[in-house]
Design a protein around this ligand. Structure first.
Ligand code: ZN
Length: 150
């Protein structure tokens, strides 16, 4: 069992997919993130992203987990790390910026990104369908394809 797990992770590394696997997000998941961002306004919303494997071997962001005990205010939102659910594999975070056009990660965001997965979505006021960006763990902007859930 352990050996087959090790073999699989070695194979994944050889394919170069160990890090770059998350390529897309389901359209309804993105719409949900934007809707929660809007309903939380003027406070920030923050959630964890989970993903499903695609037939092509990549991963698609499929759900958002909003944790109990998440502190939220007009200037910051952060996780209580002790509330992270056990056994849930998350691939990143999503949070909102209540200021118009505030699409860039803050220094605190970059610290959170570095500790919580490989893809991080920031939504910003007024939360229209283009009012979001995706970043990697180092805060570099990344393309995320929006796909329909089958
Ligand atoms: Zn932020």
């Amino acid at each position: 069992m352990l050996r087959s797990l090790l073999k699989r992770s070695a194979a994944r590394k050889r394919n170069g997919k160990a890090e770059g696997g998350v390529c897309c997000i389901f359209k309804d998941t993105l719409e949900f993130i934007l809707a929660v961002s809007e309903s939380s306004h003027p406070r920030e919303f923050v959630g964890l992203l989970t993903a499903e494997r695609t037939a092509e071997g990549g991963e698609v962001i499929s759900d958002v987990i909003i944790l109990p005990g998440t502190r939220s205010s007009s200037f910051s939102a952060s996780f209580r790390r002790d509330m992270l659910p056990l056994g849930v594999r998350f691939v990143g975070t999503a949070h909102s910026h209540p200021k118009p056009q505030a699409m860039r990660p803050s220094p605190q965001d970059l610290q959170m990104f570095a500790q919580t997965g490989q893809r991080h979505i920031i939504t910003f006021f007024p939360y229209g369908e283009d009012c979001w960006r995706c970043y990697d763990a180092l805060g570099r902007e990344k393309q995320l394809k929006v796909v329909e859930r089958k």
